[in-house]
Design a protein around this ligand. Structure first.
Ligand code: HEM
Ligand code: HEM
Ligand code: FE2
Length: 412
């Protein structure tokens, strides 16, 4: 039987579309990651059909694109919830979704069908710009800018019209910075040092500044949703993180300027400020666990139900606190001093950090948002990480346990 969607707002329905494409691209990312890994072991695997350079490129571009989709989805999901009103201009917002999705499909097909050829001006416009992680050709870049501008206008107008919360204020200002930075990776220069200089503005200032702030806002929203955390407490932490991450994250950019031909003062700036970067990550980690424990404690005293209403989402939220701290904070700190980086630069050490950080800091929290959306879509009161059967419909071959509320479950 087809279950009816329980979304109260069209904005949340649109969010579920964004989430669906995000999940599909996540799948594409994993498959191409496996292909590139196999090619490390058997270099002739799919040779001339899907070369390592292309498989790896789609692997990491799909990564960035699915995360951007999931972030836009997350904003559309919480926007009506936070502001208390429908997304302004929802019709245009839906149209923009289809334009973006069509453009992404065309870009990926072009990557797959035109794998080799001369590097001309037309290549930059039509095939790829060749900038790692954000390789979309210029026509698509311009399209992305238009779609994102539309998204920003929708979000801005909705926030101004509806209830204004701290979470929405942070997200809105963060999205403006995040979108603005994309422009730094769009213009062409034939000097590779200059190209890298600007390219890091997008990559580093996304993952270590603007995306991290986004994570803070999503964690705040997620904690309120799944464990009923106190808004004042999570929002206070959010503001602290915004201040700290923007401070250390922006100058921490210097840790990518050690060996690309930029002036030597970047050694000191990069070393000092990027070493401070793990601090807000520690704060975020403690924040997730402490807030939850505290709220639970307060409620235990009152006899209220202290369990989470969405165990999978909560587990992913907690793994976000831990994964962000480990993958970005600890692993990042390992190689952020020039004295260490001179040996680890561009080695598997970097790739391992890239995997752990992207997964720990972003995949986890976005997966938590998927679970929150699934819960919202089907109006589930309590989403659990184990399969529950009501007494009446237990399959007769079922081997499980009975818990104290009379429900059967097979595993926790
Ligand atoms: C969630 C946050 C983060 C993500 C997603 C992330 C991801 C990445 C990725 C993918 C690379 C490789 C880039 C390339 O292709 O060249 C990289 C490089 C690097 N990251 Fe991070 N990172 C994060 C946070 C941090 C933090 C907090 C630090 C330091 C405390 C750090 C230090 C570094 C350094 C030093 C490099 C350069 C490695 C080299 O020279 O080969 N990262 N990061
Ligand atoms: C099935 C699982 C996966 C496999 C087998 C896999 C495999 C690979 C391989 C072989 C590369 C190329 C490494 C190189 O050029 O030396 C790579 C790069 C990368 N992958 Fe994955 N991957 C997987 C999942 C993921 C996930 C889940 C994420 C993030 C959420 C991710 C993020 C990255 C990043 C950021 C890079 C570039 C790292 C760098 O060059 O520094 N991968 N992956
Ligand atoms: Fe960085």
């Amino acid at each position: 039987m087809q279950r009816q969607s329980s979304f109260k707002y069209e904005g949340q329905k649109l969010a579920s579309w964004y989430f669906t494409v995000a999940v599909i691209l996540f799948g594409v990312q994993l498959v191409l990651g496996l292909v590139s890994a196999i090619q490390f072991i058997y270099p002739s695997f799919l040779y001339d059909i899907l070369d390592f350079s292309i498989a790896r490129m789609i692997h990491i571009n799909a990564l960035v694109v699915w995360m951007v989709y999931a972030m836009i989805g997350a904003v559309y999901y919480l926007l009506p919830d936070e502001t208390g009103i429908e997304v302004v201009g929802i019709g245009i917002a839906k149209l923009l979704f289809w334009i973006l999705t069509l453009a992404v499909t065309v870009v990926v097909l072009v990557y797959i069908f035109i794998q080799i050829g001369p590097g001309k001006e037309s290549t930059i416009w039509l095939i790829t710009e060749g900038r790692e992680y954000i390789e979309a050709p210029r026509w698509a870049d311009i399209g992305i800018v238009v779609v994102v501008l539309g998204f920003l206008v929708n979000t801005f107008l909705t926030t101004m019209k509806g209830r204004r919360t701290g979470i929405m204020t942070v997200i809105l200002s963060d999205m403006i910075a995040l979108a603005g930075l994309y422009l730094a990776g769009m213009f062409f220069t034939d000097n590779i040092s200059m190209d890298q200089y600007w390219w890091w503005w997008v990559i580093h200032l996304w993952v270590e500044a603007t995306w991290e702030v986004m994570v803070g806002a999503l964690a705040a929203y997620g904690l309120i949703k799944v464990v009923g955390a106190n808004r004042e407490i999570v929002e206070m932490w959010l503001w602290i993180e915004v201040a700290m991450l923007f401070g250390s994250g922006i100058l921490g950019l210097g840790h990518h300027y050690f060996w690309i031909g930029t002036p030597e003062y970047w050694w000191e700036i990069g070393a000092l400020f990027s070493s401070l970067e793990p601090l807000p990550l520690v704060g975020m980690f403690i924040h997730v666990l402490y807030d939850w424990g505290k709220e639970k404690g307060i409620k235990t005293g009152t006899g209220e139900d202290t369990s989470s209403n969405n165990t999978p989402a909560l587990m992913w939220l907690v793994s976000n606190g831990f994964g962000n701290f480990l993958g970005a904070g600890i692993w990042g700190f390992f190689h952020t001093l020039p004295q260490v980086n001179i040996y680890t630069h561009g080695t598997q050490f970097t790739a391992a950090h890239g995997h752990l950080a992207f997964f720990g800091a972003y995949a986890t929290i976005l997966i938590a948002m998927f679970y929150i959306a699934v819960q919202g879509k089907y109006g589930i009161k309590k989403t659990k990480s184990h399969i529950c059967f009501q007494n009446g419909d237990i399959p007769h071959n079922f081997r499980g346990f009975r818990n104290d509320c009379g429900t059967y479950y097979c595993r926790i």
